[in-house]
Design a protein around this ligand. Sequence first.
Ligand SMILES: [Zn+2]
Length: 69
Amino acid sequence: MPKAAKIVCKPCGLAMNRHAEKLERSVGPDETRHVDPDLGGVVREVHTCPGCGGSATRKAFLPTLEKGD
Ligand SMILES: [Zn+2]
């Protein structure tokens, strides 16, 4: 299984660490196909920077939901 690439902190240029996942229920029209019907929203990964402590989120890497793209 391919590993998701790390998010790089823009100010620091450091690879951020995946910290948690959170469920987001407000999604845009282009993301509705990624909504998990069991959860009722899109799962996002929360990443934190070891340098500045900043955070970033992105759609969680869920291979089964990416098929047929
Ligand atoms: Zn940083």
